[in-house]
Design a protein around this ligand. Sequence first.
Ligand SMILES: Nc1ncnc2c1ncn2[C@@H]1O[C@H](COP(=O)(O)OP(=O)(O)OP(=O)(O)O)[C@@H](O)[C@H]1O
Ligand SMILES: [Mg+2]
Length: 262
Amino acid sequence: MAKKVIALANQKGGVGKTTSSLNLAYALSELGQKVLLIDFDPQSNLSMCFGIDRPDELKTTIYDLMVCIIDEKVLPNKSEYILSFNNLDLIPCSIELSAIEMSLVNVMSRELVLKMLLDHVKADYDYVIIDCMPSLGMLTVNALAACDSVLIPATPQYLSAKGLELLLQTIVRVKKRINPQIKIDGILISMFSERTKLTKEILNLMNDAYSEHIKIFQSKIPMSIKVGEASYRYKSIIEYDPKCKVALAYQNFGKEYLCNGN
Ligand SMILES: Nc1ncnc2c1ncn2[C@@H]1O[C@H](COP(=O)(O)OP(=O)(O)OP(=O)(O)O)[C@@H](O)[C@H]1O
Ligand SMILES: [Mg+2]
């Protein structure tokens, strides 16, 4: 059994979901954990991080697998749809996934399609990490239904906005109706710039407002141009420059995550 299925979710775009999925996966694999990444965003950014420039040319993506589940067909061989990159495995995604929301309209248990799919693969892993798209639509609901816990990447500016409330409401709704076991691991602050006074003020405010109910991880991911450089070279930041502050921050976060009993 997988120890844990984690969904990285936030309907706000560009808050570090994909970067954190990749680098948390990499950090956990360095700590001896076997990790499967699921690209669950039709933008396919996570697949592109692995050098898949033309995801639409892939034979089998998460879309095809979900269609198999919907049509109750036998899944292809794992070797056909799980791509391996050194220590990390990936189920890639293409733009086709954006069509699935329509296909799901008349499907029974449409919130559970991803869960049914993961039930076939998760036993081989310690962690399955789902990189969600920036929306609270049916795809994200599928991810929330399939996961054991949610990790919320957020930038300090975003924390003070209304959006977080909306995400939390969605998680509560999913917990009530579909996935009673779901937990919130916490908020991972990304693109953090310690020097700005505003960032500090927002963080203090947010600690006061949320930290009683939701953990805000100690490890915070700083802002650095190295992140862009690493993705340009199809590498995790930890592979690209293991000594840089973002790489160290993700490694610390990986340790903190495991130490918290996750
Ligand atoms: N710590 C960081 N420092 C600087 N740039 C970063 C950092 N983390 C992410 N970025 C950059 O910010 C952009 C958004 O990051 P990312 O793609 O991880 O966010 P996302 O939440 O997955 O976005 P989307 O909602 O579009 O899927 C990317 O260009 C990424 O390279
Ligand atoms: Mg993304």
